[in-house]
Design a protein. Sequence first.
Length: 316
Amino acid sequence: MEITFYKYQDHNITKLHEELAPSKWEANVDWVNIKSDDRSKVADYLDVIPFIQANRQLIESPSEYAIPKVFNKNIIQNIIVSSIGNIYHADYISLIVLPNIIISILPGKSNFNIDRLETESMGHEFDSLGYYFSFTIISELLALNVQNIANARKRLNHIEQQMMDKTEELSPRQIMIIRNDIGQLADIIEDQHVELNVLLSLFIGTDKEEKVKRLEDLVEHYNPMNKIMIRLEEKAESIRTQYMLTQQAKSTRKINLLTIIQAIFVPLTFLAGVYGMNFLNMPELGWKYAYFVVWGIFVLLALIFIRYFKKNGWFE
């Protein structure tokens, strides 16, 4: 578990290099950032804070608690994000907003670049840590989503090109996996959009000052991203449909070939069956060239059928 402490003072955020117990946070720090993949360990560490002690399940099982927990001025909000190992799988950032402290809990291997806030001047346009923190969280999530969407689109385009050039190298499982992955990424971005709107309404309040409007405008960037994901989902479904049609066409060609073979050999089988009968009075059996005549009939019938099928497009 990696813990970093920050102090906000005179529009600056400063990283503290000393370790502080939770009992000393209120007097010494304004923001605590925790990175860990063991959320039970994090919950144990924060158990001394009464609000967290009563709601530790929200920290331990974030996927089950997308709705924020609010008590007086205390808030716990879990925000869904893409996993660093697989952008189509969900992970979670937990934000705990107490009256005088912000606690953020990130996955241990998170690519969420919140550490860039170290010793950074906020400027006078940000008159509170809460506002600047919200602005940074939303900006960083938007940047990660844009990158993830670009990667998803690149992967989808590659599959599409592969289907056009080397369809035989694709499998139904590959097509279904990418279709499901695109849908999962779309769900992550859509849920994130909803959760950030909830966060703004709780964290910033309903005040319509210019700074709040700026945050709301930032969240509005999710609208075009959601539309892009809808198009990618439609494209993934279109690729799946095209692939199924291609496979169906291949199956149809195989059935056509079997039908042609069957149509050719049915009359030949009939003739073979006739002359395979053991009747005593079969005049052709006495002909000198009867065997060669029958073979000539076989070949002629086969050629006639092949020409007919080819003329009518059965081989296309």
